[in-house]
Write a protein that binds this ligand. Structure first.
Ligand code: BG6
Length: 456
């Protein structure tokens, strides 16, 4: 039996744009996803867009009952900025009423809401002004954050500012998976810098509004493993961690941007525009906790033909295809549960043992109906095995003193995923696309036992 600490959070994560639906109704204005789907639907798997998703807007009560039914004691979702503040300034009363009903229903069903403010869903009104490239985005986000804290402070104790703040940076400005699908390293760094300051400004607003709750940020963590111990491969791995992990984790927890990162940016003519007051904002406003989304490790080797100055991150490191890797063929991601132990030790040793939790971990599988039994239940034993393995390594890290307070699976009910639509399913509940009906999978019933026993 692997026992977890008292009051451990067992739950799941989701996001407003991937689950809420009603994306152009009840006062909500367009986000980049609504806009992109309207203008370039061919980019989206099977032309599946963000309009309906799992329609939590209408199913929230049933969903809260279903959370309780599988023993979840916590759940993370986000507020839609474009719903709460359709023009960035004016509060939408229908949004306030909806979120109050939703968060209250969670609490009524014994589920602690962890509420995130941004999950890749930049409002179009902000994008029309240059999005995160515009320094005005910092104040705009801080205003939104303050408004949300004031409106829902009585219902929410744990807040997070951004989900995976590197992702809208790299997907929007390097790899073309998010609108505006630009390829420009320097602009990407500027977007990342403003995002960091927006996070810091939101933490500052939080401490001014409330003394009772806690605030954090959710980062994607793909610990880097170098191909070999040669100096060049190790340097490549260090640079990968600088860009992909330490760029947000260091300022969030330690209040510093690593010197090595600043040197690397300067050497490659990538420094963003800054202001003198930024230093104090970054130094202070430390988070209370960290959420880490872990799916796969990053394996790198030295870049053989780097461009100088660097044009893309892979001028600093080259992906390395480990011949022994296990892979989830549906998503193409490596399965390496051992990394959760390394992450736990990293938090303990390098980040003052800051309280943290696994804010996402999961396995996306296509055509899950293949695994449906005669009673119509998806027998997702592969997902149970995946979670058991990851939890085992996490457990080892906790036993050795890492301050981890929870594990959230991605996700609760199968949801819409950006450019991949409903191809890969991750949920404890299956979503029927024709009826939006939810039905529990075997993994959901397993999670109930885990949560009741506080271990497995
Ligand atoms: C996480 C994101 O990184 O991965 C989610 O926070 C996303 O929004 C999840 O859905 C799974 O990835 P994907 O691309 O398979 O949906």
């Amino acid at each position: 039996m692997k026992n977890f600490p008292d009051n451990f959070l067992w739950g799941a994560a989701m996001s407003a744009p991937q689950t809420e639906g009603q994306s152009s109704n009840f006062g909500k204005t367009a986000t980049i996803w609504d806009h992109w789907f309207q203008t370039a639907p061919e980019k989206f798997y099977h032309h599946q867009g963000p309009e309906i998703t799992s329609d939590v807007y209408d199913h929230y009560l049933e969903d809260c009952e279903n959370m309780q039914a599988i023993g979840l004691n916590s759940l993370r979702t986000s507020i839609s900025w474009a719903r709460l503040l359709p023009d960035g300034k004016t509060v939408n009363p229908e949004a306030v009423a909806f979120y109050r009903r939703y968060f209250s229903a969670m609490r009524d069903h014994g589920v602690e809401p962890i509420i995130n403010l941004f999950h890749f869903d930049t409002p179009m009104w902000l994008m029309a002004r240059g999005g995160w490239e515009n320094r005005e985005s910092i104040d705009a986000f801080a205003f939104y954050a303050r408004t949300a804290f004031e409106l829902f402070d009585d219902l929410v104790n744990k807040w997070t500012t951004f989900n995976e703040p590197l992702v809208h940076v790299e997907c929007g400005y390097l790899y073309q998976y998010h609108y505006p699908a630009v390829v420009d390293f320097k602009r990407a760094v500027q977007v990342g810098y403003h995002t960091l300051l927006a996070h810091k400004a939101a933490v500052k607003a939080f401490k001014e509004v409330t003394q009772t709750g806690e605030i954090g940020i959710i980062l994607n963590i793909s610990p880097t493993y170098s191909k070999s111990d040669t100096e060049a491969d190790v340097l490549a791995a260090q640079r990968s961690d600088l860009l992909n992990t330490r760029s947000f984790l260091d300022p969030a927890v330690l209040g510093t941007i690593p010197d090595e990162l600043l040197i690397l940016l300067k050497e490659n003519e990538l420094m963003p525009a800054t202001k003198s007051e930024d230093h104090a904002l970054i130094k202070g406003n430390i988070v209370d906790f960290i959420g880490l989304n872990y799916y796969q490790p990053r394996r790198v080797q030295a870049q053989e033909k780097p461009k100088t100055p660097a044009q893309m991150p892979d001028d600093f490191y080259q992906p390395y295809d480990w011949p022994d890797k296990r892979i989830n063929p549906h998503r193409g991601w490596e399965i390496y549960p051992e990394a959760l132990y390394d992450v736990a030790m990293m938090m303990k040793n390098d980040y003052h043992n800051k309280p943290w939790y696994v804010s996402e971990n999961g396995m996306g599988v296509a055509a899950e109906e293949t695994f449906m039994n005669a009673n119509g239940e998806i027998e997702d034993d592969y997902r149970i095995a995946f979670m058991k393995e990851h939890l085992s390594y996490l457990h080892q890290g906790i036993r050795e003193g890492s301050n981890c307070f929870g594990y959230h699976a991605w996700t609760f009910v199968d949801c819409w995923s950006w450019l991949n639509g409903y191809k890969n399913r991750y949920g404890f509940y299956r979503l029927d696309l024709a009826t939006r009906k939810r039905s529990v999978k075997k993994s959901g019933r397993w999670m109930k036992q885990v949560s009741e026993n506080n271990g497995f």
